[in-house]
Design a protein around this ligand. Structure first.
Ligand SMILES: NC(=O)c1ccc[n+]([C@@H]2O[C@H](COP(=O)([O-])OP(=O)(O)OC[C@H]3O[C@@H](n4cnc5c(N)ncnc54)[C@H](OP(=O)(O)O)[C@@H]3O)[C@@H](O)[C@H]2O)c1
Length: 345
């Protein structure tokens, strides 16, 4: 799908504007020149008199309230599930379309879960609510979609390496503090009692489900199926937090209906918008979070045949979890919705 700038000026709001995703949305609206009539920044009442810079101005951050969405056409939500659930109705009543970054609505059958390069056509129906997928899942499905189209997917097994910014601003502060203190001794315990982020690798993101998987792992399973439109696709995942500030990576193993080699895989990825092939191991060129952070494309490489199974392929992806994993994907959805609206009127 080609990306075109939203055709007419919009009145927008960001709920959770002060968080990591909210601030990235703000930066990207500016970077992409998203046409805006007005922009309202909303957060909690935690701190008074906050302002954030935008297009040479200093915009006030307002506490969210029942009238906060009056006149708003596009509401970008970057809050936890309970806050998104609390305010989505108010935004709808005010006539806004909501693009939500939390997982509160992702598994409702009537709510589209969208990666515009893959299933952006669902936005032509002009839904009032669109769910933005999980940050690791977005990068993984971006690399899977062209393989699926060319060779058919039969099974997907994933292990993620997820940065600490994926857990929000407080967690990132904990990592940074832990790294400083950990240089001279043990990194301190985390506020929630979990193992320290610093100098550690933690196979636990979100809560544990009854089946022994974490919810983060099940998000990858459920969301990969929903976005690719393959409800029966066997998917298994292990989601791991690593002491990286920004940028999620994943090792992905697939079984395809037709065997394809690394050359063909790279050719398919090169044709797919939003992907960048980085695959020259002899020159130490492969996807890494530091190279993905601050950039839009999902990096894909380390492609190789999996000799342990027929039609198996193994590869590695890295992407900026705050950009394509959240803010960028949400803004691409807003741009596509705006375009679909203009086409419908
Ligand atoms: N971080 C990622 O890489 C990533 C990727 C994909 C999806 N997501 C999802 O995006 C959402 C935001 O994540 P984040 O990492 O940006 O979190 P964050 O850094 O912790 O930011 C949370 C935001 O929510 C606001 N907030 C908290 N309580 C509120 C309340 N009662 N009313 C209104 N606003 C409130 C905070 O405002 P105050 O400053 O006033 O507290 C802040 O702006 C989460 O659902 C997360 O799962 C995150």
């Amino acid at each position: 799908m080609a990306f075109v700038k939203a055709p007419c000026k919009r009145r927008a709001a960001i709920l959770g504007a002060t968080g990591l995703v909210g601030r990235t949305i703000l930066a990207l609206l500016e970077e992409r020149g998203f046409p805006l009539d007005s922009l309202r920044l909303l957060a909690s009442e935690r701190l008074a008199d906050r302002r954030l810079p935008f297009r040479g101005e200093s915009l006030p951050v307002e506490p969210v309230s029942s009238h906060a969405f009056d006149g708003v056409e596009i509401a970008l939500f970057a809050t936890k599930n309970d806050i998104s659930q609390k305010w989505a109705g108010a935004a709808r009543e005010a006539g806004a379309r909501v693009i939500d970054n939390s997982s509160a609505f992702r598994y409702q059958p009537d709510v589209p879960l969208v990666v515009p390069e893959i299933n952006g056509a669902t936005l032509d129906d002009l839904p009032w609510l669109v769910a933005n997928p999980n940050c690791s899942t977005i990068a993984i499905v971006m690399a899977l979609a062209p393989l699926q189209r060319a060779a058919g997917l039969e099974r997907v097994a994933v292990a993620t390496y997820q940065s600490v910014s994926g857990a929000g601003a407080q967690a990132l502060e904990e990592l940074e503090r832990g790294v400083r203190l950990g240089l001279d001794g043990q990194p301190p315990a985390r506020r929630d009692g979990g193992p320290p982020f610093a100098f550690n690798v933690v196979p636990h993101i979100d809560r544990f489900e009854d089946n022994g998987y974490t919810r983060e792992e099940m998000k990858i399973v459920w969301e990969t199926r929903k976005i690719l439109g393959l409800p029966e696709l066997p998917v298994t995942a292990t989601a791991v937090r690593v002491p990286v500030r920004v940028g999620h990576a994943a090792a992905v193993n697939v079984r395809l209906s037709r065997g394809i080699g690394p050359e063909e895989a790279r050719a398919l990825w090169r044709e797919f918008p939003g992907l960048e092939v980085v695959d020259d191991p002899a020159q130490a060129r492969y996807p890494v979070p530091l190279a993905a952070a601050g950039r839009d494309p999902v990096l894909v490489g380390r492609a190789r045949r999996d000799p342990s199974q027929e039609n198996g392929l193994e590869f590695f992806v890295a992407s900026d979890n705050l950009r394509k994993g959240a803010a960028l994907n949400a803004i691409q959805i807003a741009e596509a919705l705006s375009h679909a609206e203009a086409g419908a009127s």
